[in-house]
Design a protein around this ligand. Structure first.
Ligand SMILES: Cc1ncc(COP(=O)(O)O)c(C=O)c1O
Length: 269
């Protein structure tokens, strides 16, 4: 039954009390307790389960709440109705897909990041976190054997990395050249590349699917320029874009061709 507006208004006359330090501690403990138990029992848990839309609607649909609830109740609902209907991607026997499998230390790091929400858009406001990013990028460059002038950014995930890499690869093209851009994809690419191409306004007709060779690495050799086949090293134009695509995050995804893809956007247009 909806609460009358006047009642709500009078209740909101005074600002809600902020939880004090003891309350914050208790809420933190309630969340951590669930998480630690989850991590500790992962090997014994099932991989997870799915549910039909109908079942989940019945369990989770509710009107927009007008009042808050005890934190522990929310954790309980999460534990009983939300978490069970998902796969444990960090389960030791889960090999079905490859989304990231969080480890406990990274979870705590995320907690610090979420709790501070550093604004790293400008050096002024987050010099410390930005320096950490630069150092980590240098570690990636070292690991991957990239030259010191290579650059990159850390992104929130593979899709974002792919989109960023493609945009950077297209950047050297003049605006009038962009409309003629062609993107060559392997048939094994991740679908985030198709999505990135769509976001960038690359023509659908420009998305060609090249067959993969053994080990899914053949795209570079199967690129054709009207009727001809160019081995990667014998392309007619030097590939200055290599310089632009060395984002460690996107390079890390090279198994599906997304590292190669940006290499080819420019020279083939
Ligand atoms: C090769 C590849 N590229 C991109 C992605 C998309 O990554 P994200 O889900 O982090 O956006 C994935 C995700 O599994 C992937 O395997």
């Amino acid at each position: 039954m909806p609460i009358p507006l006047d009642t709500l208004r009078s209740e909101l006359d005074l600002p809600l009390a902020h939880p004090d330090a003891a309350e914050l501690q208790r809420m933190g403990q309630e969340s951590l307790q669930w998480l630690i138990q989850h991590f500790a029992t992962l090997p014994e848990q099932s991989i997870g389960q799915t549910g039909s839309r109908h079942e989940l609607e019945a369990m989770l649909r509710e009107p927009l709440p007008e009042l808050g609830r005890a934190f522990i109740e929310v954790i309980r609902e999460f534990s009983e109705k939300v978490a069970p209907y998902s796969f444990r991607v960090n389960h030791p026997r889960f090999f079905a897909f490859i989304p990231s499998a969080p480890n406990y230390v990274s979870v705590l790091a995320e907690l610090l990041c979420a709790g501070t929400n550093f604004f790293a858009g400008v050096w002024l406001e987050a010099a410390g976190p930005t320096q950490v990013e630069l150092v980590v990028l240098d570690w990636f460059k070292e690991l991957l054997g990239y030259p010191p002038e290579a650059g990159g950014i850390l992104t929130g995930g593979g899709s974002e990395a792919n989109l960023t890499a493609l945009v950077v690869a297209r950047e050297p093209l003049a605006l009038e050249q962009r409309a003629r851009s062609v993107i060559y994809l392997t048939e094994q690419r991740h679908w985030s590349i198709d999505r990135a191409a769509r976001i960038m306004g690359l023509r659908a007709a420009g998305c060609n699917r090249r067959p993969c060779m053994r080990l899914y690495r053949g795209i570079a050799r199967t690129v054709s320029i009207p009727g001809r086949w160019w081995p990667m090293r014998a392309r007619p134009t030097p590939a200055p874009l290599i310089r632009w695509t060395r984002s460690p995050t996107s390079a890390a995804q090279s198994d599906s061709g997304c590292m190669w893809t940006p290499l080819m956007v420019g020279p083939l247009c």
